[in-house]
Design a protein around this ligand. Structure first.
Ligand code: ADP
Ligand code: MG
Length: 356
């Protein structure tokens, strides 16, 4: 068990900055998720921590030990990849035992640790099978088993569920959460899926173009995004982001037929006429509310207990999405009053920084 600290970590590949001055503190026992769009540098950051890439600048500390120059095998970490990388000719038992046998651990210890991992991962009945005789989820569990027996200070996971179908992904997500609770070991986990990040993490690190955009608990990021990128990335369905400009104490929305809403409470007023972005979560919209926008429904998605409504002001550019409870009678072409409270509004300046 150990905490992880990154200090001004950078990685340049071919003159291009892939990891840019990343500083981060992951507490001991945390489930830390790196999330961001494809190509934002998540895997590179994880591989730097693992020692599979060499840092261009900065330091990596695991449990207070500076491992920046330490080779991968001596960092006391275990990594699980998206491609399970199992040995096809070996049984499940031998795959899980492989690292321990390579380290020449005594056979009784190997047997005990494999049995323990098999019990935790419910692989007992599969130990004599070969990987080809396993389902995707079972293979993923074997890959995790290989990591567990090393009893590492830190687990590193790179998109471990991406190759599984939707139902199995939900199931494995629960298993990973249970595993983390059971082992208590610090986990650093990479995914492009913000739902996976929200459901698994105790700490989320949002990455974009090799930089940290924001760090916080899932609900901190959901409730208080620092900028437009995090606001749009965290939360499903996505936050509505509408063009807005201040006129007096109101915000005029040119993409919603010039309708206006009152300014949310702010420490400092933005200049009049400056192009701003107004954020409003689909979940914050209902049929009633102190404020409202008059829209017309374009598309309706009936989810059962809830309904997703996509509507816009007649002849206007911007589509507004609302997630309303019930809504069974809603259909395209109907007028839709999108109600909300001023407290639900987020405002961002032209650079994307949140105005508070
Ligand atoms: N070995 C490499 N050579 C050149 N570019 C690379 C190399 N590895 C990664 N990159 C680039 O670095 C960026 C981040 O890649 P990666 O860390 O794999 O992103 P992610 O895992 O978030 O999808 C991408 O633009 C990718 O093209
Ligand atoms: Mg990746």
């Amino acid at each position: 068990m150990a905490d992880l600290r990154l200090e001004h970590l950078s990685k340049r590949i071919g003159g291009h900055s892939v990891t840019h001055d990343v500083s981060l503190s992951v507490p001991d026992g945390a489930f830390c998720v790196f999330v961001g769009p494809s190509g934002c540098g998540k895997s590179t950051l994880l591989r730097l921590i693992a020692g599979l890439e060499e840092a261009s600048a900065g330091r990596i500390l695991v449990g207070g030990r500076d491992v920046t120059q330490v080779p991968a095998w001596d960092r006391d970490l275990a990594m699980v990849f998206q491609s399970y990388a199992l040995y096809p000719h070996m049984t499940v038992r031998d795959n899980i035992a492989f690292a321990l046998r390579s380290a020449r651990r005594p056979e009784p210890e190997v047997a005990a640790k494999v049995a323990e991992a098999a019990r935790i991962l419910q692989l007992d009945s599969l130990l004599d099978r070969k990987p080809a005789q396993l389902s995707g989820g079972q293979r993923q569990r074997v890959a995790i088993g290989r990591a567990i027996v090393k009893q590492p200070k830190l687990f590193l996971f790179d998109e471990p569920l991406s190759n599984l179908d939707a139902e199995l992904r939900v199931h494995m997500r629960l298993e990973l959460a249970r595993l983390h609770r059971q082992l208590g070991t610090t986990i650093v986990y990479v995914t492009h899926d913000q739902v996976e990040a929200m459901t698994l993490a105790t700490q989320i690190v949002v990455l974009r173009d090799g930089r940290v955009e924001q760090v916080g608990s899932p609900l901190q990021l959901y409730d208080a995004p620092d900028n437009l990128f995090v606001a749009g990335f965290i939360g499903s369905p996505k936050m509505n982001l509408l063009a807005a400009t201040r006129q007096g104490d109101r915000l005029v929305l040119p993409g919603c037929g010039g309708q206006s809403v009152p300014l949310p409470p702010l420490a400092a007023l933005p200049a009049e006429g400056v192009p701003l972005h107004l954020g409003l979560r689909p979940q914050a919209i209902s049929a009633t509310g102190a404020q409202s926008l008059d829209l017309v429904i374009e598309v309706v998605e009936h989810l059962g207990s809830e309904t997703l409504v996509h509507a816009r002001a007649p002849g206007s550019a911007e589509l507004v999405t609302a997630l309303v409870t019930g809504g069974r009678t809603l259909s395209p072409g109907q007028p839709f009053t999108a109600g909300f409270g001023t407290a639900a509004l987020y405002l961002f300046d032209p650079t994307g920084q949140r105005l508070r």
